[in-house]
Design a protein around this ligand. Sequence first.
Ligand code: UT7
Length: 317
Amino acid sequence: MPINKCSNESLSEFVDTSDEWISKRSGIKNRYFVSDGETTSDMAYNASCIAIKNANINKNDIDLIIVATTTPDHTFPSTATLVQKKLGINAVSFDVQAVCAGFIFALSVAKSMMSEKLYNNCLIIGADSMSKLLDWNDRSTSVLFGDGAGAIVLQKFECNKNIYDDWGILSNVIHSDGNFYDLLKTNGGVSSNQSTGFIEMTGKEVFKHAVDKLSSSFEEVLTFSKKNIDEIDWLIPHQANQRIILAVAEKMKIDINKVISTVKDHGNTSAASIPLALHKAIRTNKVKNGNLIGFNAIGGGLSWGASIVRIGKPQLL
Ligand code: UT7
């Protein structure tokens, strides 16, 4: 996370809002903002170093870097190539852009590429500086977002299929529907008006789609994985709004105690939200090696999807 913490009270000093409104409508209490000069690739690099250390691998073993981001340092080249340069390694590097669903899309792309046997160690990073897209005069969006980055390392194991076919990414599903393009977008872009623009969102509509599509994609991925909801140890949903998280849990009939929620601590960090929540869940000893984890996310596009992953290293059990 960047170091600049901003509470609802602090935000209320320059946005026409209140801690009461933000807490009640979204569950958010704090968010973090990048410092002057701090970029998405800086946060992505810091998260990568932690992920590589925790994976206990040599950084030179990484052969694929995928950064999920909507807020690149530059329009081009990709932020992933900057992370590669900062890490000082050789790896195929590129960005994926699926806004808040970016981490799920990156998992899906990585799994396909690794299945083709070309890559063995993939660094996946979700990183966004959403504060750069906020219009402080729009209180309906500016209170919801924050900046951050989270990263994981995906490793390919050559192993006995009978024992290990229940490990790693079991299934991903991804979807998009451009008919809902206008519900959540920026009002700028390189080819439209040569600006980055600010976030515009039809909140109530997005809310309904979020509850519906987060639930349906998770049902789908459970079916693909041949799992039922009771077998899931933890659900780590996109961290946008506590009310959405609760509504999805209720719809999915999953015990709320199995649902990781960190939205209170950092607001909606877009592509960073799932890996940040995962990191916190591991650090607080909730998620453990061998757990079966569900992820689901939705963002602009609309783009959405879900994954089921048995996390950790098989040989450590
Ligand atoms: O990451 C992608 C996914 N994004 C999401 O999932 C976001 C989905 N949407 C939401 O989370 C919710 O729709 C919001 C949190 C954005 C808004 O909650 P809501 O219950 O749908 O509120 P609303 O937009 O209907 O606004 C209700 C009232 C309005 O006042 P009136 O017209 O009823 O007098 C707003 O003007 O709240 C007012 N309002 C605020 N008041 C204080 C809107 N924003 C604020 C604010 N502070 N920040």
